[in-house]
Design a protein. Structure first.
Lengths: 247, 268
């Protein structure tokens, strides 16, 4: 019963989106769009082609590396700045400023630093993701109730216990929200990075397809990326809700 | 002569006021001796330094002046083994089940797994938490969560238990019953209990001795012996002595409470 109700929202949303897409297709026609059915069929065919796999692997590798870096770096920076008042006061505004800069403007610098290969994409993806993770972590650490730390001292916890057994678990629901947002941004960053100065990956294929006005390819790649992002986001959102329910 | 368990000599506590550089004189100078195994309650107007006193005794915050001895040894920068603390605020860890919260108290104590389990089971039974062993704090009422915190303290088998308004957030009836539970565990464990409360009747009903504190900076104005037998419960409220004790407490506190309110008015 309750599982049925939990699924109703997402199912309605998917049906709604597909209908809107179909309606839009009827209005604009084949020049700009493909129908949902066509796109799904084409995506399926696309991924049967062996030539596709190196591109998928490239994007997947870059994205995985970027997200690992974004989470590790974001959490370390966030914990440090959240813990130390002074460091927080100095560096947090810088992070916020960096967050609001369109990151594309930094891409040429990253390309110079990392070259034209996969490293630049990874760096660009991580750059997008690590800032929200750091900002959320700073906030999460600051919002940990002091009584929990005090309790840790009564239990004779040393500093590493305080961090690993109290601070991080207490802050985890909030940190996880940051990771959820960071993950989406990391994906955007990685694909964006592939769209410029790259010879491989889904972003590169997408850019190529735009150049050739290959509507089938544009639609298929976009569709696959959206489906991937939606699935990962839903899983993370479900975990996120579970974590927050306990607080 | 009875054993002195905790002794405070000429203790004061001052806080650095944020930014402005001024100091808040929160406590003392104050002398106090807790006897081994006694139930000592502290009452005083809010903001008079009761929590500061508790944190000094616990070793959570060093006194600005003076000396605190626990079992004859000076309290350093950490909470000594043998002291358990229950705070007013809910201090249960929301990410752990009731059982896991309670077993935390034993993490730093070298005992066998069987002994560990036995102590946890005993504390759970004592605090009436059996049905909630695997529940998370969010699923419990405020009173139940406070029981979890008390159980977590109990498993450490502390010789001195410090309680900072542990029932402050509970309704009157629950508080009376929790008071009886504390009396019971005091008798069963033989520990010394130091209880801060803002409820005069609670102090009068539970304690062997009651310390009355002045408005900030808190000093001990009076120490009242209740003379209750060790076997007692909330029914002592029916005895004439109970009325006399609360009357005497209120007489000492009335003027101080007015002072404290006046200060709050002036500050705001
Ligand atoms: N960490 C602190 N920094 C500055 N002032 C404090 C601090 N802790 C307590 N105080 C001040 O010391 C006084 C006594 O506080 P407290 O011991 O909490 O009183 P009580 O528990 O009796 O209500 C209050 O005026 C409070 O504002
Ligand atoms: Mg207090």
């Amino acid at each position: 019963m309750s599982t049925l109700r939990a699924w109703r929202g997402p199912v309605l949303m998917i049906v709604g989106l597909l209908s809107a897409w179909q309606a839009l297709y009827w209005i604009t026609g084949d020049i700009a769009l493909r129908s949902p059915a066509d796109t799904i069929r084409h995506s399926w065919a696309l991924f049967q082609r062996p030539a596709m796999w190196p591109h998928i692997r490239e994007t997947a590798t870059a994205f995985s590396a970027a997200i690992v870096i974004a989470v590790t770096l974001g959490m370390s920076v966030g914990l440090t700045l959240g813990f130390s008042r002074l460091a927080g006061q100095v560096f947090e505004p810088m992070l916020v400023a960096l967050y609001s800069v369109p990151k594309v403007t930094l891409y040429p610098i990253l390309l110079l630093m990392f070259g034209l290969g996969i490293s630049a994409k990874i760096a660009f993806g991580a750059l997008h993701g690590f800032i929200p993770i750091a900002l959320f972590t700073i906030n999460a650490v600051r919002n940990v109730r002091p009584i929990l730390i005090k309790t840790g001292r009564v239990l004779n916890y040393d500093t590493s216990d305080l961090v690993w057994r109290i601070l991080i678990p207490a802050a985890l629901p909030e940190i996880f929200s940051g990771i959820r947002i960071g993950l989406a941004l990391t994906m955007i960053g990685t694909v964006l990075g592939e769209m410029f100065a790259s010879q491989r990956g889904l972003g590169y294929l997408l850019m190529n397809a735009i150049g050739l006005h290959d509507v089938d390819l544009i639609m298929s790649i976009t569709f696959v990326l959206i489906v991937f992002a939606a699935v990962v986001s839903s899983i993370l959102l479900a975990i996120d809700r579970r974590l927050h329910r306990r607080v | 002569m009875t054993n002195v368990h905790v002794s405070l000599k000429n203790v004061t506590k001052q806080f650095q006021r944020e930014g402005s550089g001024g100091v808040v004189h929160a406590l003392g100078p104050l002398d106090l001796e807790l006897r081994s195994g006694e139930f000592f309650a502290v009452v005083g107007p809010s903001g008079c330094g009761k929590s500061s006193l508790l944190e000094v005794i616990a070793g959570l915050s060093p006194p600005t002046q003076g000396e605190v001895l626990f079992e004859g040894k000076s309290i350093g920068g950490r909470v000594p083994d043998g002291i358990g603390v229950v705070f007013q605020e809910d201090a249960s860890f929301p990410w752990l089940t009731v059982a896991d919260n309670i077993v935390l108290g034993l993490r730093k104590i070298p005992i066998s797994n069987e002994e560990r389990q036995a102590r946890v089971d005993r504390a759970i039974a004592m605090m009436g938490l059996k049905e909630f062993t695997n529940a998370y704090p969010a699923q419990l009422s405020g009173g139940m969560r406070q029981r979890v915190c008390i159980a977590r303290t109990l498993v450490m088998a502390p010789r001195l238990i410090l309680l900072d308004e542990p029932f402050g957030a509970l309704d009157q009836q629950t508080r009376l019953l929790m008071g009886e539970e504390v009396l019971k565990l005091w008798r069963q464990t033989g520990a010394t209990i130091f209880l801060i409360t803002h409820a005069l009747d609670e102090a009068a009903m539970l304690a062997d001795r009651i310390g009355v504190m002045s408005a900030r900076p808190g000093r001990l104005m009076d120490v009242i012996e209740t003379g209750w037998p060790r076997e007692r419960d909330s029914r002592v409220v029916e005895s004439p002595a109970f009325g006399e004790i609360t009357a005497r407490l209120w007489k000492s506190l009335r003027a101080e409470s007015i002072k404290a309110i006046g200060k709050a008015d002036a500050a705001s």
